[in-house]
Design a protein around this ligand. Structure first.
Ligand SMILES: [Zn+2]
Length: 288
């Protein structure tokens, strides 16, 4: 059975901490390097539900995409929700390791897993990492579809193939426009609009899009049939958990570790319900 330090050393090869953004907080958050690891759980969010799931599963290591603490803290008291997570993990000998922006830009990274879930072919990173001479690492991915789909059809495919959330998929732009090329970025992608425009793709699928950036982007698309597809943040990053679990499985086989590697299917997207609008604007409380 491997020690935590040996497993972490392999995870660090997949997602080196030095490739994380300077504002990020990646790496091992909780854990004794000498403890043995036999069961590992992958999840997007290090929230209490997931910590409880790791304990119930008998996991020795929880690997999440999102950091537990992103900024400095002066307390891990169990009266705070993050402190309670720390207590749950330590009391039950569960280590926590985070791979965030270093997993976003990896090869394969978070957006490769997203493209794989959508069954579109990755051509190149949307924002290549200048430190990678092979040009395979970077943020987001530019993809091609084997057969063109309308935006509406592509949204239906995303709704079908990404894990189910209350939000589903929102579309901005002409639903009947044809999509042959697509940019994707797991997580919040509206800071990438300039790169999407420069890539000359037909559509962009990401999460957390806001009113002003989205409407400005659509107004400034220079006549192209550019459309936006907005999925739930959690749903766009969850496919990475499966990809990462498969990577660790292979590593475990290579070393003869016999690790049991699991992926949490608990939906930790904060949005829990969705009501479709039923009234046109003219009847929704407008004075007659
Ligand atoms: Zn995220």
């Amino acid at each position: 059975m491997p020690r935590l330090s040996e497993v972490i050393a392999e995870l660090e090869k997949l997602w080196p901490a030095e490739r994380a953004e300077s504002w990020d907080a990646v790496g091992t958050v909780v854990g004794d390097p000498g403890q043995e690891v036999s069961r590992v759980l992958f999840a997007v969010d290090p929230v209490q539900e997931i910590a409880d799931e790791a304990v119930e599963l008998g996991a020795d290591l929880l690997v999440t995409h999102h950091p537990l603490y992103l900024r400095g803290t002066t307390t891990v008291a169990a009266s705070t929700f993050k402190g309670r997570v720390v207590h749950t993990l330590i009391k039950n000998d569960v280590a926590l390791h985070v791979a965030h922006t270093n997993a976003d830009t990896a090869d394969p990274g978070v957006s490769d897993a997203l493209a794989g879930a959508l069954d579109v072919r990755v051509v190149r990173p949307l924002v290549p990492d200048p430190a990678d001479p092979a040009g395979r690492r970077g943020l987001g991915r530019v993809c091609e579809l084997d057969h063109p789909l309308t935006v509406r059809e592509l949204a239906a495919r995303a709704a079908e193939r990404l894990p189910a959330t209350a939000q589903g998929i929102r579309v901005a732009g002409d639903p009947e426009a044809l999509v042959r090329t697509l940019a994707v970025s797991g997580g919040s992608g509206d800071s990438l609009f300039d790169h999407v425009r420069a890539a000359g793709v037909d559509a962009f699928l990401t999460a957390d899009l806001r009113h002003h950036p989205a409407s400005e982007f659509l107004a400034d698309r220079a006549g192209r049939p550019l459309a936006l597809l907005d999925a739930a943040h959690w749903a766009t990053e969850w496919p990475w958990c499966e990809q990462a679990a498969a990577q660790l499985d292979q590593i475990s086989d290579r070393h003869g570790w016999g690790l049991r590697v699991h992926v949490s299917t608990t939906v930790t997207d904060p949005w829990t319900a969705h009501a479709a609008s039923t009234h046109p604007t003219s009847t929704a409380g407008a004075p007659n």
